[in-house]
Design a protein around this ligand. Structure first.
Ligand code: ATP
Length: 291
C-alpha cells in the first residue's frame, strides 16, 4: 500500500536519509533509531511534507506529494504540535476539518466527534486548550492527524513525555487506527514498539539498518544474552562492560548481560528482549562482557 523507492534526502550538510526502499502494508509499523538517525526525515518524506532528493514514496501507486497537493488523505503528527491556547479541541478540529473542505458542516461535526471519541477527549472537547495536560494536547494532535488520515497515518514520537497510562491509551488509539490503514510510529520507547507493532524499521546515521518483525530484531541478541546470580562481593569486582542490569534479590544479585561468550561460569543463555536485539544491532555493547 505504501512504497518507498530509493527514497532519499540530502541537505547542504549531507545526507539526512540515504536512498532506501520499503514496502509497508496496513498495520502498525515502528520506527527506531538514535538521535539524528533520519527518522523524522523519513516520516516527513513519507507524509509528502518535503521533496525527496532521490526516488519517491507512493501510496496506492500515486506519489505522496500528489496526495498532499490534492487536499491530502495523509495524517501527520509532527514531533512538536502547536495548538492555539484559546481554542477548544472541538474548535481546533472543526477548523482543521474546514481547511480540508469538500464536506458539509454536519458531516465535519460528525467526523470531529468521532475522532474526539477515539482519542478519549469528548469529555473535555469544549475546554480551551490552555487547560489541557501535555498528554491531552498530544491526543488532540493525534485526533487532528486522524481527521485527515485516509490510508496513511504518520506519528512522530507521539508518546514522548507521556505518563504510562497516557502512553497505553495512545498506543491503543494507534493500534485501532492501524486496523484499516498504514500507521507509522516513531519512538525512542522500545516498550511502545514491543507492545503494539508487528513490524519495525531501524535507521542509523541515515541508513536503513533493519526492516522486519519485532522477533527478528530481538533475534540479533539470540545466543548472546546471559543471566546469572552472583554474590555482593563478586558483583563489586565485576567489570561493567556488557552488563545490562543488576537486580538485588533475596539470594544475591541477578545480572543480565550481552556478550559473545559466557560472562560468568554460572551464566545461562536467556531469551533476548527487543531492547537487547536493538542494542546488539546498533553495536553499542562491548563484545567482551563482564567476567
Ligand atoms: N532541514 C534540515 N536541514 C539540514 N539538515 C537537516 C534538516 N533536517 C534534518 N537534518 C539533519 O538530518 C539528520 C537527521 O535528522 P532527523 O531529524 O531526521 O533525525 P531523527 O532520527 O528524527 O532524530 P531525533 O531522534 O533526534 O528526532 C540530522 O543530522 C539533522 O541535523
Amino acid at each position: 500500500m505504501l512504497t518507498a523507492c530509493k527514497l532519499g534526502k540530502q541537505y547542504k550538510t549531507g545526507w539526512a536519509l540515504r536512498p532506501l526502499s520499503l514496502e509497508l502494508g496496513p498495520g502498525l509499523h515502528g520506527l527506531l533509531g538514535p538521535n539524528g538517525a533520519g527518522k523524522s526525515t523519513l516520516l516527513r518524506l513519507l507524509a509528502g511534507m518535503v521533496a525527496p532528493t532521490t526516488g519517491d514514496a507512493l501510496l496506492r501507486g500515486s506519489s505522496v506529494r500528489d496526495f498532499r497537493r490534492s487536499g491530502s488523505r495523509i495524517g501527520y503528527l509532527p514531533q512538536n504540535i502547536r495548538v492555539l491556547p484559546q481554542f477548544s479541541a472541538r474548535q481546533w478540529l472543526l477548523h482543521a476539518a474546514s481547511l480540508q473542505g469538500g464536506e458539509s458542516a454536519a458531516e465535519r461535526r460528525r467526523k470531529v466527534d468521532e475522532v474526539l471519541e477515539q482519542v478519549n477527549l469528548l469529555g473535555e472537547a469544549d475546554l480551551p486548550a490552555r487547560h489541557y495536560s501535555y498528554g491531552m494536547t498530544k491526543r488532540l494532535g493525534v485526533a487532528q492527524a486522524l481527521l485527515s488520515a485516509g490510508d496513511l497515518l504518520i506519528v512522530d514520537e507521539p508518546t514522548a513525555g507521556l505518563d504510562p497510562e497516557e502512553r497505553i491509551r495512545l498506543r491503543r488509539v494507534l493500534a485501532e487506527a492501524a486496523a484499516t490503514r498504514v500507521v507509522l510510529l516513531s519512538t525512542h520507547v522500545l516498550g511502545d514498539i514491543g507492545a503494539s507493532c508487528s513490524e519495525v524499521i531501524v535507521l542509523g546515521e541515515g541508513r536503513l539498518l533493519y526492516h522486519g518483525s519485532t522477533q527478528g530484531l530481538a533475534g540479533f541478541a539470540e545466543d548472546r544474552t546471559w543471566a546469572w546470580e552472583t554474590s555482593e562481593n563478586e558483583w563489586r569486582r565485576m567489570p561493567l562492560g556488557g552488563l545490562l542490569s543488576a537486580r538485588r534479590t533475596e539470594e544475591g544479585i541477578l545480572c543480565r548481560a550481552l556478550s559473545d561468550r559466557p560472562p560468568s561460569p554460572f551464566a545461562e543463555r536467556v531469551e533476548p528482549t527487543l531492547e537487547e536485539g536493538y542494542l546488539m544491532l546498533m553495536n553499542r555493547q562491548p563484545s567482551g562482557g563482564p567476567g
